[in-house]
Design a protein around this ligand. Structure first.
Ligand code: AMP
Length: 112
């Protein structure tokens, strides 16, 4: 089981902000911005590049929810960033697809 599956099954505690039948959102334990929430699919996909055509609807659901969640978290107007890290150079540390939703401060571009 991945770390995030253990959060989904409540084996590991987390500050959960949203849940539906397909996904779970919780605050990142090491926030990089005032708002830093992770949105994960309950059906684990290791990383974006491992997603298959069968995941089409789930990926669309996650993106729609990321936008809705940003609004729920109060950064819909001020702005936010959605990040998916893939592989070593991308900075991926947990092999369970997750969208970082970051906001609450101006975010630099390009990223480090
Ligand atoms: P990534 O580096 O893109 O794979 O992102 C993994 C994220 O998971 C990091 O931002 C970590 O801070 C976060 N993280 C690791 N363990 C936990 C946890 N137990 N609860 C919440 N977030 C976590």
């Amino acid at each position: 089981m991945t770390l995030f599956e253990k959060i989904i099954t409540r084996e590991i505690p987390a500050d959960i902000v949203f849940e539906d039948d397909q996904c779970l959102a919780f605050r990142d334990i090491n926030p990089q911005a005032p708002i830093h929430v992770l949105l994960v699919p309950k059906r684990p996909i290791p990383r974006l590049g491992a997603a298959a055509p069968a995941d089409h609807a789930l990926l669309g659901h996650l993106l729609i929810k990321a936008g809705e969640l940003a609004g729920m978290l109060g950064v819909g107007e001020s702005g936010f960033r959605v990040v998916i890290n893939h592989g070593p150079d991308g900075g991926e540390t947990v092999p369970h697809l997750h969208l970082h939703i970051l906001g609450g401060r101006p975010l630099a571009w390009p990223p480090g």
